[in-house]
Design a protein around this ligand. Structure first.
Ligand code: KIV
Length: 266
């Protein structure tokens, strides 16, 4: 299996092959995901919920992220590894440079951070220093308290325009990927069409360049958490085990069957 790189991920975009992304937090799942054809593994700060049992990502520290990134990097065979810079770890450009360094040294191939135009100087510095960056717009979980909860973003015209302007600013600053979370399908299409970088959607419809889900959600491990954009792949016909559920997810993303309209927002 050939290791994915930023170049091979861009080739997938050029060939209109949707990019399959999942989160993982440990070596065992990293190996499994990579063997089932997941092209990008996100070591997400969603581990604050899935691993640590909190209600948000705010409690996650750099120490946590480095530990889980190292674990994933140890098990991974072929996937491209993206790691989240956690809450307040990139409040200044200097902090972002120091903390992104630690994640890259732990085995990440790219770092992800949440926010709009205010991050442009930070992204420019990271990129100039050779650290690939992914932005994250829409529902940005680290700001859940400022947003007033986990809800769809960008439905109102002015908010949608600001998100498009933010996306263009992040691309101009040097971001190579952009996660769009919980936004209307039409807005995700408009942003994806306006950008030349890779867009990855979660609750953003099918017209982004790739899809990401939180591993524990697509395995149906939290029965209380059933948002519209999640599909439980363990409930697929002919699925009796976790490797098959992951294989089905990859196939569904690649064939354009996931997400369907029922998983998307207007
Ligand atoms: O932390 C995470 O898992 C994420 C995804 C929800 C995109 O950022």
């Amino acid at each position: 299996m050939k290791k994915q790189t930023i170049t091979s991920i861009y080739s997938l975009k050029e060939n209109n092959s949707p990019i399959a992304v999942l989160t993982a937090y440990d070596a065992t799942f990293a190996k499994l995901l990579s063997r089932q054809g997941v092209e990008v593994i996100l070591i997400g700060d969603s581990l604050g919920m899935t691993v640590q049992g909190h209600h948000s990502t705010v409690s996650v520290t750099m120490q946590d992220m480095c530990y889980h990134t190292r674990s994933v990097a140890t098990g991974n065979e072929a996937a491209f590894l993206m790691a989240d810079l956690p809450y307040m770890s990139y409040a200044t450009t200097e902090m972002a440079l120091n903390n992104a360094t630690l994640l890259m040294q732990a085995g990440a191939n790219m770092v992800k951070l949440e926010g709009g135009q205010w991050l442009a100087p930070t992204i420019k510095s990271l990129t100039e220093q050779g650290i690939p960056v992914c932005g994250h717009l829409g529902l940005t979980p680290q700001s859940v308290d400022a947003l007033g909860g986990y809800k769809v973003q960008g439905r109102e015209k002015g908010q949608a325009q600001r998100m498009l302007d933010d996306a263009l600013a992040l691309e101009k600053a040097g971001a190579k990927m952009l996660v769009l979370e919980c936004i209307p399908q039409k807005l995700a299409r408009e942003i994806s069409e306006a950008l030349s970088i890779v867009t990855i959607g979660i609750g953003a419809g099918k017209e982004t360049d790739g899809q990401v889900l939180v591993l524990h959600d697509m395995l149906g491990l939290n029965e209380q958490f059933n948002p519209r954009f999640v599909k439980n792949f363990m409930q697929d016909e002919n699925c009796n085990d976790i490797p098959t559920a992951i294989k089905h997810y990859v196939e569904a993303v690649k064939s354009g069957h996931f997400p369907a309209d029922e998983h998307s927002f207007d």
